[in-house]
Ligand binder design. Structure first.
Ligand code: ATP
Ligand code: MG
Length: 433
């Protein structure tokens, strides 16, 4: 007997668990399917979860179910029962089954190589693990918006194609812009500093592009950058804002996505501790910590992955490293009046061996100093004329920071590799799919 199209209302698997004993209509994808003694056990998957469905011979659609393969899209109707033996504790006694879109032999089987999974990323994103991560990711983006909007920030948008570098030339993607050279943006920085004279407190969540040559587990070529810039704000206030920001995000995720974190096996106690204040360690103190751990490190350099690993293993909460050497940081950071070899900046590090998640600073306000710093960095002040106008017309003290959203997500979920924080990762050796 062929099954007819269900005409009733469909509900999610999660919703159906509140309907024990009642008849429901479900739809989704075949997560697993097997036949045993004339009974088909189909585990259905939708965005909300999985549910075992039992299809007995004689039920409309049984013949089609026998031919159905993993990842076909299907509809079922039936009665929900509680059954502790079933995955997640519930089962659907099917009364009807219909294929919506059949599936070929699914190319992803158990224990596939990472390469195969990356080649089939467009299909692998259906996996339960990635689905949980994407839910947490979605929550995180929403929480970033709530935090800033709740504090009177305006959201702005900044161009992705730019004419000048702001974070150093070595990681720039060049774009042929109608015959002239331009770049994919590394940060909204210069535009943000212009926009604060209009809106004062602003934020933006957008992709930043870095042609990172290093193959690390925490660099993407395209990542999502949540940046904030505040007029009239000094470095201390900037640090306070950042620790409140990160604490808010982590607590929101804990509140709203606990189930997903548990699915990933995350130790929630570590996350529960993420509340202000965060420790502030100077760059020089960080060097001392590294020295004690037997790591030699040249004063003046920025930390690499090895140093960050050792450093962050000493902490169980995010912390700041402040006042880096001037030459390790971008030209727009304000010189530290107490030690002009350093700048008023801070990177925030996630603990447990993770590493940098935010970078921020108070900005240099003086026109002459900025011009000097651009030249010292090998830039041509002529390329920055529009930006320098921000200092010619009513320059004010200001600060800001940028969060690598995937870096934070990677730590919140305690993932081994940054690529699993984003559906279609862009890395040095891959732009497909
Ligand atoms: P790193 O030293 O880790 O390469 P960075 O010093 O280049 O970082 P910033 O220029 O300060 O980073 O960028 C701000 C934030 O953006 C960083 O703190 C980090 O969270 C994130 N970030 C930077 N580069 C990447 C990348 N390639 N992939 C993912 N996130 C990144
Ligand atoms: Mg970098």
């Amino acid at each position: 007997m062929k099954a007819k199209k269900e005409t009733g209302k469909f509900i999610s698997i999660e919703e159906s668990r509140k309907n024990v004993g009642k008849k429901v209509n479900l739809r989704g994808w075949v997560y697993r399917i097997r036949e045993s003694k004339g009974i088909i056990f189909l585990v259905l998957r939708d965005s909300s979860g999985i549910m075992q469905c039992v299809i007995k011979e004689g039920i409309p659609g049984f013949g089609d179910a026998q031919k159905t393969l993993n990842e076909a899209s299907v509809e079922l109707s039936g009665r929900v029962i509680k059954d502790d033996r079933a995955p997640e504790g519930f089962e659907l006694k099917a009364e009807g089954f219909r294929v919506v879109g059949p599936a070929e032999d699914f190319p992803i089987k158990k224990d596939q190589s990472t390469e195969l999974l990356l080649d089939h990323r467009h299909l692998w994103i259906r996996s339960r693990r990635l689905t949980q991560i994407f839910k947490i990711r979605s929550e995180l983006f929403g929480a970033i918006d709530s935090f800033f909007r709740g504090r009177g920030f305006y959201e702005i948008q900044s161009p992705s194609i730019t004419s000048s570098a702001c974070e150093g030339g070595s990681t720039l993607f060049e774009v042929d812009y109608f015959g002239s050279k331009s770049y994919l943006t590394q940060s909204w920085q210069l535009y943000a500093e212009a926009m604060i004279a209009s809106l004062e407190k602003i934020y933006c969540i957008a992709p930043s592009f870095r042609a990172e040559k290093s193959r690390t587990r925490r660099h993407l070529a395209e990542y999502w950058h949540a940046e904030a810039e505040m007029a009239w704000m000094d470095m201390d206030e900037n640090l306070k804002l950042q620790e409140e920001f990160i604490s808010f995000l982590v607590q929101e995720i804990l509140k709203k996505r606990k189930k997903e974190l548990e699915f990933l096996g995350r130790d929630l106690k570590i996350l529960e501790k993420v509340k202000p204040p965060f420790e502030r360690v100077t760059y020089d103190e960080a060097l001392e910590i590294l020295k004690k751990k037997g790591i030699k490190f040249q004063w003046g350099e920025d930390f690499g992955i090895d140093e960050e690993k050792v450093l962050t293993s000493q902490f169980d909460k995010p912390f700041f490293v402040v006042n880096y050497p001037r030459k390790a940081k971008a030209f727009y950071m304000k010189v530290n009046p107490e030690n002009p070899k350093t700048v008023l900046c801070a990177d925030m590090f996630a603990p447990e061996g993770y590493g940098e998640i935010t970078g921020g600073s108070e900005r240099e306000t003086g026109l002459k100093e900025l011009v000097k710093r651009i030249k010292a960095g090998g830039g041509n002040p002529r390329d920055y004329q529009w930006y320098l106008d921000t200092r010619r017309f009513g320059s004010v003290p200001h600060s800001g920071f940028g969060l690598g959203v995937e870096r934070l997500l990677m730590w919140i979920c305690k993932l081994d590799h940054i690529r699993d924080t984003i559906a279609f990762p862009r890395t040095i050796n891959r732009v497909y799919p």
